[in-house]
Design a protein around this ligand. Structure first.
Ligand code: NAD
Ligand code: THR
Length: 863
C-alpha cells in the first residue's frame, strides 16, 4: 500500500537550501512548543540564532515568526510569511524581530511587507494587541495594504453563491444579480491581485517580500502559494503542486479541520468555517484557464483536492496543524492522499493532455472580464459531464495523432538533410574515418600533392583518382588493392584506413585540414563532417535543429554565419534575410527571404510561417555610416531592434544581437575594457548598441526572453566587404596591398583597437548560442582575440609585400570615434563561463587573409 498520511518532515525543494548560504534549517520547534501551528523544522535567516527566534515568536501573533516561504532562483529574492506583530497601541518593538526581517535583505536591496488587511483593519487590530510594522523601525521595507476578506464574509459569500447556482427560476436577471450579490468573484479578484503584487515585487522589482495578515494562516497562505504558482513553473506540475499544498497549507498550519468542517455546499456555517482553501483552488483554476498549456494537471485534479479537503477517506487534510496530526498519530493511523493520487492510473486521470512545460513567469489577467465562475465546482450538478468527457477523449486522441505525425515529420526531415548532405559530399568530398572513438575528417583533394603522410589524394570510386600513401602505409593494402576495395564499397576501406588513422593520431598534426572530433562510439557515418566545424562535437543521432532566421544577412558577417549554421543545422533550417538583392551564389546557396526589420508585421509573419526558433539580428548601420545618417541609424538600430525584441519575446525565440566595442565611450576604461563598466558612447551606433544590450537584458529578466549578446571587436574578413565601420581600414589594407602595394589609412598610425578574424567571431556566436543557459552568468559578453594599430598591421603586411607603403590621411570623424573606443577587451567572463577561446592572432590573421586574397597577386611576384 502507499505512504502513510501526514508529513513529519519539512517539505523543501533541495535547491532552496543549496542555492543560498544565507538561510538555515532550524529545529527550534521540534516539539511544537515554540509555535504550535508551525512544523517541526523551519527555514530562517542564518544570522538569527534560536534564542533570538524565541523572542521574535513572543512578538508575533500565535508565535508565527517570519519564515522562508519561497526563494526566487532567478534573482535570489525571497518571500517570507508570518503573522502580525504584537505592537499594540503603544507601538511595542522587538529588536530581534527587526534584526530578523532586516537580515533577509541584501545590502542596497529593499523589501515590501504585504499586509493582507486594509490599513483600517490593521489599525483597528492594534486595539486588540496586534498591529503592523512601523516603517521607521524597518527602514528598508515599504508596507502595502491589500484588503482580503476573511471568515464570515467569505462564508456568507459562498452560501449566496451556492444558492444562486441552485436557483431553478430560469430567470437571467435573478441569476446575474444573485451572482453579483455573492461577491465571490470579487474575492477571487482580490486574492489574485495580491498574489500578482507579491510576484511582481519579487520578479520585476527585484525585492524581497514579507506577507502577513492577522494570524498568517489564511489569506497569507493564499497569497504566498499563488505567487509561487505565478513565479515557479515547478509548482505547475502535479508533484510540484502537491508539494506546494503540503508546504504552504498543511505544514504552514492552515486549520483545515476548522475551515472545512462541513460540506462547502451546506447553507449553515459554523464560526470557524471559511472557504479559504476553496478560494485558493478557484484562483488556481482561473490561472489554469488563462494558461491552459502551462499546467501539468487538469481541472479534475483541483476538484479532487477540493473534495478531499472537505471529506476524505485519507488522513492528509485532517487536523489543524502538523502538531495536531502528530498528536493524533495520523501518519501512522491513516493513509496519505498523495500515495493514492500518485499511482499511474490516477495520475493519468489528472494529467493535462495539452501541457507543455513553460519555464516563464506567467502573469494572470485579473480584470473582472477575465475571471469566470468555476462551473466545474459550482455548476457541477447542472452541466452534463458526458459531452465534456467525450470532448476530452477526442482531444487526447487528436494530440496523440498529432504527435505521431510530428515524429514522422522529424524522420522525413532527417532523411532530407542526409540527402542534401550527400549531395554536398559529392561536390566537396570528405572521408570520415572513425578510429579509437575519434572521427577523422579527411578533406579529399584538398591538400595538394606534398608527399607527407596525410597529404593524400583519395578519390571517390566514380572519380577514379589514385589512392596512395595513406592506404599503403596502413600496410594492408597496395594502392591498387585500395582502389579495388573502394570500388567494392566503403566498409573494408574504412576498416583498413582505421590502422592508418591510428598512426595519424599518434603523429603530430601537419595542419592539412584533418579534424579530429571525439565521439562516444566507434561507427561509420555516412554523413559529411565539415573540417571547419571541428569546434563543436559531432552527434550522429541528429536531434531537433533550431529553425534560424538571420536579419541583415547580406552584410559582412551574415553570409558567413549562414554558411556555418547550415553546416551545423542543415541547409533548409537557416534562412538569410535582408532588404538588398542577394548575389546569385548567395541566392542559390540556401533559403533567402526579403525582410525589412522596420516592417513589424512582415517580420512577424516570416517568424511564424517559418517556425523560427533562433533569430540572429544582424541588421544595423555601423559606426561611420550611422554618423552620416543619424535618423536612419536611429530607425534601423533602435526601432528595428524593438520590433525584433517584441517578436522574439512573443514567439519564445532564442535571440542573438551583436554588440560592439563601439558600445563604450571615452569615459570607459580602455585597456582593457571589462564587461561591466561605465558606457557613455558618443556615436549613434554606440548609443543604439548600449540600448540593445539593456533592452535585451530587460526583456530577459522581465519576460524571460532568451537573449544572448556578444560585443564583437572590429571584424576582418576576406570574402565579404565591411559595411561602413571605423575598423574597416583593417580589411581594406589587404585589398590595397595586393592591388597596388599602397594604402592610405584614415586613422593615425598608433590608433590601437581590438580586432578579430571572422571565423573566430562566427565560432563565438554559435558557441554562445549553444551554451546551456545555466552556464551564462550574464547576457552580454566581451569577446577578444587581438589588438593592434595600423602601423603594427602594416608591418605584418610588409612581411608578405615587402615594398608595401602606407600613408596617413586622418579622417577626423573616424579618428574621434576610434579614440573613444577600447584599445583592448577583457573577455575573461566569456572564457570562464562558456569556454571562449580564439584561434587567430595577428600573424595567423595576416597569413589567412593573404592566402585567400593573394593567389595571383603581388605576393607571388614578391616571392
Ligand atoms: N563587422 C564588424 O566589424 C562588426 C563589429 C561589431 C559588431 N558588428 C555587428 O554585427 C552585425 C552585422 O555586421 P555587418 O558587419 O555584417 O554589418 P553590415 O553593415 O555589413 O550589414 C548590415 C546589413 O543590414 C542590412 N539592413 C539595413 N537596414 C535594414 C533593414 N531595415 N532591414 C533589414 N536589413 C537591413 C543591410 O542591407 C546590410 O546588409 C551588426 O549588428 C553590427 O553592428 C559588426
Ligand atoms: C567595431 C564595429 O562595430 C564596426 N566594425 C564599426 O567600426 O563600426
Amino acid at each position: 500500500m502507499g505512504r502513510r498520511g501526514g508529513c513529519g518532515r519539512v517539505k523543501l525543494p533541495k535547491w532552496e537550501m543549496n542555492q543560498t548560504d544565507e538561510w538555515r534549517l532550524s529545529c527550534i520547534n521540534k516539539d511544537f512548543s515554540v509555535c504550535p501551528s508551525y512544523p517541526a523544522v523551519v527555514v530562517v535567516p542564518k544570522s538569527i540564532n534560536d534564542e533570538e527566534l524565541r523572542r521574535v515568536a513572543l512578538f508575533r501573533q500565535g508565535s508565527r515568526f517570519p519564515v522562508l516561504s519561497y526563494y526566487h532562483r532567478k534573482n535570489g529574492m525571497v518571500m517570507m510569511r508570518s503573522s502580525q506583530p504584537l505592537t499594540g497601541t503603544n507601538g511595542r518593538r522587538c529588536k530581534e524581530d527587526e534584526k530578523l526581517i532586516n537580515a533577509t535583505l541584501r545590502p542596497g536591496k529593499r523589501g515590501f511587507i504585504i499586509d493582507t488587511r486594509s490599513l483600517n483593519v490593521a489599525q483597528q487590530a492594534r486595539a486588540k494587541g496586534g498591529g503592523f510594522e512601523q516603517e521607521v523601525h524597518y527602514p528598508q521595507w515599504r508596507r502595502i495594504h491589500k484588503g482580503i476578506e476573511r471568515f464570515n464574509i467569505l462564508q456568507e459569500s459562498l452560501i449566496k453563491l451556492v444558492e444562486a447556482c441552485n436557483d431553478q427560476s430560469h430567470n437571467m436577471d435573478r441569476w446575474l444579480s444573485k451572482l453579483e450579490a455573492s461577491n465571490w468573484l470579487t474575492h477571487v479578484k482580490e486574492i489574485l491581485t495580491t498574489a500578482c503584487l507579491a510576484a511582481q515585487c519579487i520578479d520585476r522589482e527585484g525585492a524581497s517580500v514579507l506577507v502577513h495578515g492577522s494570524e498568517g494562516t489564511d489569506s497569507t497562505l493564499q497569497v504566498t502559494s499563488l505567487a509561487q504558482i505565478i513565479l515557479d513553473p515547478r509548482c505547475r506540475t502535479i508533484r510540484g503542486f502537491e508539494s506546494l499544498v503540503v508546504r504552504e497549507w498543511l505544514q504552514a498550519g492552515h486549520p483545515f479541520q476548522q475551515r472545512c468542517a462541513q460540506s462547502a455546499y451546506s447553507n449553515s456555517k459554523q464560526k470557524w468555517e471559511a472557504p479559504v482553501f476553496l478560494l485558493f483552488l478557484d484562483c488556481v483554476w482561473q490561472i489554469l484557464r488563462q494558461f491552459p498549456c502551462s499546467f501539468e494537471f487538469n481541472e479534475q485534479f483541483l476538484i479532487m483536492l477540493f473534495e478531499h479537503a472537505y471529506a476524505s477517506q485519507f488522513g492528509t487534510f485532517l487536523g489543524n496543524s502538523e502538531n495536531e496530526r502528530a498528536k493524533l498519530k495520523l501518519p501512522q493511523k491513516t493513509m496519505s492522499l498523495w500515495s493514492w493520487v500518485n499511482r499511474t492510473e490516477e495520475m493519468n486521470r489528472f494529467r493535462n493532455p495539452i501541457y507543455e512545460a513553460n519555464s516563464l513567469v506567467i502573469w494572470p489577467a485579473v480584470a473582472p472580464q477575465s475571471l469566470q465562475l468555476w462551473a466545474g465546482v459550482f455548476l457541477r450538478w447542472n452541466r452534463p459531464s458526458k459531452y465534456l468527457d467525450e470532448a476530452q477523449e477526442e482531444m487526447v486522441r487528436i494530440i496523440k495523432y498529432n504527435k505521431e505525425l510530428q515524429d514522422k515529420v522529424k524522420v522525413l526531415r532527417r532523411h532530407l538533410a542526409e540527402l542534401e548532405e550527400d549531395e554536398g559530399m559529392r561536390e566537396n568530398p570528405h572521408l570520415t574515418v572513425i578510429w579509437d572513438s575519434k572521427v577523422l575528417v579527411l578533406p579529399l583533394h584538398r591538400c595538394g600533392s606534398t608527399p607527407t603522410f596525410c597529404h593524400v589524394l583519395i578519390g571517390f570510386p566514380q572519380r577514379q583518382c589514385p589512392i596512395n600513401c595513406l592506404l599503403s602505409s596502413a600496410s594492408a593494402l597496395s594502392p591498387a588493392e585500395g582502389q579495388q576495395q573502394l570500388r567494392r564499397g566503403k566498409m573494408p576501406i574504412v576498416r583498413n584506413l582505421g590502422r592508418a588513422a591510428s598512426q595519424l593520431l599518434q603523429s603530430s598534426g601537419c595542419g592539412c585540414g584533418i579534424s579530429v572530433v571525439p565521439v562516444r562510439c566507434i561507427g561509420v557515418s555516412p554523413r559529411q563532417v565539415a573540417s571547419d566545424a571541428s569546434f563543436h562535437s559531432v552527434t550522429f543521432a541528429e536531434s531537433d535543429h533550431p529553425r534560424v532566421l538571420i536579419t541583415g544577412g547580406l552584410g559582412q558577417l551574415g553570409v558567413g554565419l549562414a554558411k556555418l549554421l547550415r553546416k551545423r543545422f542543415g541547409k533548409n533550417n537557416v534562412i538569410l534575410s535582408d532588404i538588398r538583392k542577394p548575389a546569385d551564389n548567395v541566392f542559390y546557396s540556401g533559403p533567402f527571404i526579403f525582410a525589412d526589420i522596420l516592417d513589424y508585421k512582415n517580420l512577424r509573419e516570416i517568424v511564424v510561417n517559418n517556425r523560427i526558433t533562433w533569430l540572429f539580428h544582424y541588421s544595423a548601420l555601423l559606426s561611420a555610416v550611422g554618423e552620416a545618417n543619424v535618423p536612419l541609424a536611429r530607425a534601423v538600430n533602435i526601432t528595428g531592434l524593438h520590433n525584433v525584441l517584441d517578436i522574439a519575446a512573443e514567439h519564445n525565440l532564442r535571440l542573438f544581437v551583436p554588440s560592439t566595442i563601439g558600445a563604450f565611450g571615452p569615459t570607459s576604461p580602455r585597456d582593457p575594457t571589462p564587461d561591466l563598466c561605465i558606457q557613455r558612447p558618443r556615436t549613434i551606433y554606440g548609443v543604439s548598441k548600449v540600448h540593445a544590450e539593456l533592452m535585451g537584458e530587460y526583456y530577459h529578466y522581465r519576460y524571460g526572453l532568451d537573449f544572448r549578446c556578444l560585443r564583437y571587436p572590429g571584424i576582418i574578413s576576406a570574402d565579404s566587404q565591411p559595411g561602413g565601420g571605423t575598423t574597416d581600414y583593417a580589411v581594406q589594407i589587404f585589398h590595397d596591398a595586393i592591388k597596388s602595394g599602397k594604402f592610405k589609412c584614415y586613422l593615425k598610425p598608433d590608433t590601437r583597437l581590438p580586432m578579430m578574424y571572422i571565423d573566430d567571431c562566427l565560432k563565438a556566436t554559435l558557441e554562445v548560442m549553444e551554451a546551456p543557459a545555466e552556464s551564462l552568468t550574464m547576457r552580454t559578453y566581451n569577446i577578444n582575440a587581438m589588438s593592434f594599430s595600423p602601423e603594427e598591421l602594416a608591418q605584418e603586411v610588409q612581411k608578405y609585400v615587402p615594398e608595401f607603403q602606407v600613408t596617413y590621411s586622418v579622417d577626423q570623424v573616424k579618428q574621434a570615434i576610434a579614440d573613444s573606443w577600447p584599445m583592448n577587451f577583457d573577455d575573461s567572463n566569456a572564457r570562464r563561463d562558456w569556454g571562449w577561446k580564439h584561434d587567430y592572432d595577428l600573424p595567423e590573421l595576416v597569413t589567412t587573409m593573404f592566402s585567400y586574397l593573394g593567389s595571383d597577386s603581388r605576393i607571388a611576384q614578391a616571392n
